[in-house]
Design a protein around this ligand. Structure first.
Ligand SMILES: Cc1cc2nc3c(=O)[nH]c(=O)nc-3n(C[C@H](O)[C@H](O)[C@H](O)COP(=O)(O)OP(=O)(O)OC[C@H]3O[C@@H](n4cnc5c(N)ncnc54)[C@H](O)[C@@H]3O)c2cc1C
Length: 471
């Protein structure tokens, strides 16, 4: 005899492996990566294909459930965490992890949205191609989440953000229809580019089930340097010089300050240090061995040293040294976590406003409370600074976060906004920055976003509570 459990309708469609309800297994799906949000869900749904996702959306609408798409659950804004209503089902695409096709001539990769980013990168490399999207979380995050957040990362400067890399999408809409836009066209001027609506929509408009991504030729040559900066090194000018001197072959231009390095190195400083102005990790890359990358990098450094911007520099002599530089850079978020956590500010600025921001923000923090410790680093080549305030030892993490976000954060955002910047460069809005969107968002833009949400999802089935509500 059939039970009264409303989840049974999903079991009928997805089978036992497609529905997770036991509390210990559900636990990891209802807490966000930073342990800032906790929700509850009657079940985690794990569809195996697009047709099952269609069935899920139709059944959810019929039985009054909301849906929260979840990929790797590494997002920083709580977009993949259900609310406390007990009426939102988590939809995890982790079983939809098939690379559908790599087109070596067209330089594209088509894949299920549940593929882990590192696996997609590997599939491209197997064809001597490169998927340029690269983040510290690439071993866990999944393509659907990268699309959902419009992820940035370490190579945006040269290759673009997720939005620039997506050629096609397959999306299950809240009414169960499938938008099949898995085309591999680089040019398609046949009306609105609808797939763009879903990129960065944080699961609020539909469930992305397939993705076509642009690939590039695999880099076979790299030149990497760790630069210790002199005091007051002009960061934006250094980037401009680097782009010019490298013939725009620079693929990463990362900025790291001494306290962020210390979070990773602890009490044992290594060879990689910051100068008085911080440090840069700069990398040039090329798919041809005929280009003299080392010469270009040396020439760039000479120009910087001559200008008095550099106190020291360490060229990576081999893959091991290069890897050590990247490991340090990519370990900073985990370093912050181990140190007790941080209040993150994902500041995006016009390049010329970076130094004015750093000066004004530093002064603001000092005046607010000179005991606060910062961890500042970021994708400087994209004008993106992670301006994070570390939770002081002994402080209660959530209370401290509330305190900072209720006051100091707004002072920092005011500086960024005044300089033409914004409060979310690459992490999104979702649940944790929704109030910022309400507070700082342009009213006309907000109204249009709400109308877009209404057009796609009038009943607010998709990720209610994240980003915007219907009009
Ligand atoms: C160590 C570390 C380093 C990081 N570095 C970076 C960085 O350099 N740049 C950067 O941008 N981010 C970075 N992040 C943040 C995070 O990894 C990215 O935002 C990533 O894109 C999230 O992917 P995910 O698979 O974990 O998505 P999730 O966290 O699971 O979901 C993110 C959002 O996408 C939605 N979503 C998930 N799947 C789908 C789907 N199939 N269809 C529709 N919507 C969906 C969710 O509802 C949610 O709103 C980092 C995180 C960590 C932990």
């Amino acid at each position: 005899m059939r039970s009264d459990d409303p989840i049974d309708v999903f079991r009928d469609v997805l089978g036992a492996t497609g529905v997770v309800t036991s509390a210990d297994l559900v636990e990891r799906y209802v807490v966000d990566h930073r342990d800032l949000l906790r929700g509850t869900t009657p079940a985690v749904l794990r569809p195996a294909n697009t047709a099952e996702v269609q069935q899920i959306t139709r059944l959810a609408a019929r039985h009054g459930f909301g849906l929260v798409p979840q990929a790797g659950n590494t997002g920083y804004c709580g977009g993949a965490t259900p609310d406390m209503s007990g009426r939102q089902l988590v939809v995890s695409l982790e079983r939809m992890n098939r690379i559908r096709e790599v087109d070596p001539l067209g330089h594209t990769l088509s894949a299920d949205a549940g593929v882990i980013l590192a696996d997609a990168q590997k599939a491209a490399l197997d064809h001597d191609l490169m998927l340029s999207l690269s983040l510290g979380s690439e071993g866990s995050c999944r393509l659907g989440g990268n699309v959902g957040t419009n992820a940035g990362g370490l190579s945006v400067l040269r290759y673009g953000i997720t939005r620039d890399l997506v050629l096609g999408l397959e999306v299950v809409l809240p009414n169960g229809d499938v938008l099949d836009d898995m085309g591999r066209l680089r040019k398609n001027n046949t009306g609105y580019d609808l797939k763009q609506n879903f990129i960065g929509s944080e699961g609020t408009l539909g469930i992305v089930t397939g993705v076509v991504l642009k690939l590039g030729p695999k880099p076979v040559a790299r030149a990497t340097v760790w630069v210790e900066l002199a005091a007051d090194a002009p960061l934006a000018r250094m980037l401009a010089v680097t782009r010019r001197e490298s013939a725009d072959l620079v693929s990463s231009f990362e900025y790291i300050t001494a306290p962020a390095i210390a979070l990773v190195q602890g009490a044992q400083p290594g060879a990689l240090k910051a100068g008085p102005g911080g440090a840069l990790l700069i990398e040039f890359s090329s798919s041809s061995t005929r280009l003299p990358l080392d010469d270009l990098l040396t020439g760039t450094l000479e120009a910087m040293v001559e200008a008095g911007w550099v106190s020291d520099a360490l060229l990576a002599q081999n893959d091991r040294q290069r890897a050590a530089m990247w490991t340090l850079r990519e370990s900073i978020p985990e370093g912050e976590k181990k140190a007790g956590g941080s209040v993150k500010h994902d500041i995006s600025l016009p390049l010329g406003a970076i130094e004015p921001f750093l000066a004004a923000a530093g002064e603001t923090v000092r005046c607010y409370d000179e005991r606060l410790r910062l961890s500042v680093y970021g994708h400087l080549g994209d004008g993106n600074l992670h301006y994070n305030v570390l939770v002081p030892p002994g402080a209660e993490r959530l209370a401290f976060t509330d305190l900072i976000e209720g006051d100091l954060s707004h002072r920092l955002y005011a500086i960024a906004l005044g300089l033409g910047g914004t409060y979310s460069g690459e992490h999104g809005v979702a649940r944790l920055k929704r109030d910022l969107l309400e507070r700082y968002g342009d009213p006309v833009r907000l109204a249009l976003m709400r109308r877009l949400k209404t057009a796609h999802d009038p009943d607010n089935i998709m990720n209610a509570g994240a980003l915007v509500d219907p009009a």
